[in-house]
Design a protein around this ligand. Structure first.
Ligand SMILES: *Cc1c(COP(=O)(O)O)cnc(C)c1O
Length: 383
């Protein structure tokens, strides 16, 4: 078989890039300035542009989303337990444990796979310090209810918003009026990931954002933590690390930011096509995110009501056709080898069930609608 005849492989995602010349033009100045990293002008420009785009009051950039999460947890100087969801990427729980904190796993909601606030209170102990929910697939959490519970118990709320870039939702003000706010304004702080596979990328990168006045201290604290805890020419005050975003990554971010709205529009079309094609197909169900959210269409999860056997069979058949969806997230974090001694995955049955019945289907801005149709046909006849 020569290359032409070989079937094209359709992967679950494909990194978005700006036209090469755009990036080339921007990075040319780096050869003059020789300023490659350590909060250069692209870093500062991207930080400001993202603060506006994400509609938050503060933001700090990082080398990746995971370091952003580790360092924001460190910045709050938490001790004890952090309640989180087992239905997420490894990073969420690892960031807790690598801060010397104990993760406590809370089950998720059937309808959108986000942390279930109804299960929260039973998990709160005298040692609970914070809640770390995830806007999984860009499905925004029941943030109002989570905040009520957190406030009643004096807990911090830090969101893993790695999937939720650019999303907005409705907020009811104390005078009753509704206002649209950036998802990164929720809780005490939020973490975004700009990894190559995300809706918006800086090759590798991440950010912490906040809106509450009480979180304003993060600006100074995070800046120092990501630069080894150095606070002066001859002074080191914190046990920090290296979390800095370099100029090449920041420049990529500046280019990609010009295109991200077009990309989200294309993702929306693809999502609508999938939903239209698969609507009413027996054995398949969708998650139903909150209606007040302006989505970024980051992922295309479908659930097989026949469970793991059906899901795995469909997965294998799609792969045989050169289409590679992901079992994302399977297994749940509380079933990982490294956390097995800490918890029992049976205690979060909804998360276990969703992880065993979900496939995330290919979605990226250039994915042709005809390919979406072909994938849907395979899904419909292969169950
Ligand atoms: C991608 C991701 C992360 C980690 O982000 P990186 O930028 O890859 O370090 C954390 N949490 C979730 C839910 C993610 O999807």
């Amino acid at each position: 078989m020569n290359q032409k005849e070989e079937k094209e492989q359709i992967l679950v995602t494909r990194a978005s890039l700006p036209p090469f010349e755009e990036y080339e033009e921007l990075i040319r100045s780096i050869w003059e300035s020789r300023w490659l990293t350590n909060m250069g002008c692209f870093h500062e420009e991207l930080r400001e542009k993202l603060r506006e785009y994400l509609q938050v009051s503060g933001t700090e950039l990082f080398v990746n989303g995971h370091m952003a999460l580790e360092m924001v947890l460190q910045a709050f100087e938490l001790q004890g337990e952090v309640i989180t969801t087992p239905f997420s990427f490894a990073s969420t729980t690892h960031a807790i444990v690598r801060n010397g904190l104990k993760p406590v796993f809370c089950d998720i909601r059937e309808e959108d796979a986000t942390l279930d606030p109804e299960c929260l209170e039973a998990l709160i102990t005298k040692d609970t310090a914070a809640i770390l929910p995830v806007h999984v697939y860009g499905n925004v959490c029941a943030a109002e209810r989570i905040q009520e519970i957190a406030d009643a118990h004096g807990l911090k709320v830090i969101y893993d918003a790695a999937h939720a870039f650019g999303e907005t939702l409705e907020k009811r003000e104390s005078d009753g009026t509704l206002r649209r706010v950036g998802v990164g304004t929720l809780g005490d702080a939020s973490m975004f990931s700009f990894h190559a596979t995300k809706v918006f990328n800086t090759i590798e990168g991440g950010a912490v954002t906040w809106a509450r006045p009480e979180s304003a201290f993060l600006e100074d604290r995070l800046y120092k933590l990501k630069n080894f805890g150095i606070t002066g020419k001859e002074r080191v005050e914190y046990v920090g690390g290296n979390g800095k975003m370099n100029e090449f990554c920041a420049a990529m971010g500046l280019c990609n930011l010009r295109h991200v709205e077009d990309w989200i529009r294309a993702r929306r079309q693809i999502t609508e096509r999938y939903r239209e094609n698969l609507k009413g197909v027996s054995g398949i169900r969708f998650l139903e995110p909150r209606k007040d959210v302006d989505s970024n269409y980051a992922y295309m999860p479908v659930l097989f009501t026949g469970g793991k056997t059906v899901r795995d069979r469909v997965y294998d058949r799609l792969c045989a056709e050169g289409i590679f969806p992901r079992k994302y997230f399977y297994p749940c974090i509380n079933a990982y080898d490294c956390y097995r001694d800490l918890c029992d995955a049976e205690e979060t049955p909804v998360a276990k069930n969703i992880s065993e019945s979900v496939l995330t289907l290919p979605i990226y801005p250039e994915l042709p609608l005809e390919t979406v149709d072909r994938i849907c046909e395979l899904l419909t006849c292969n169950q």
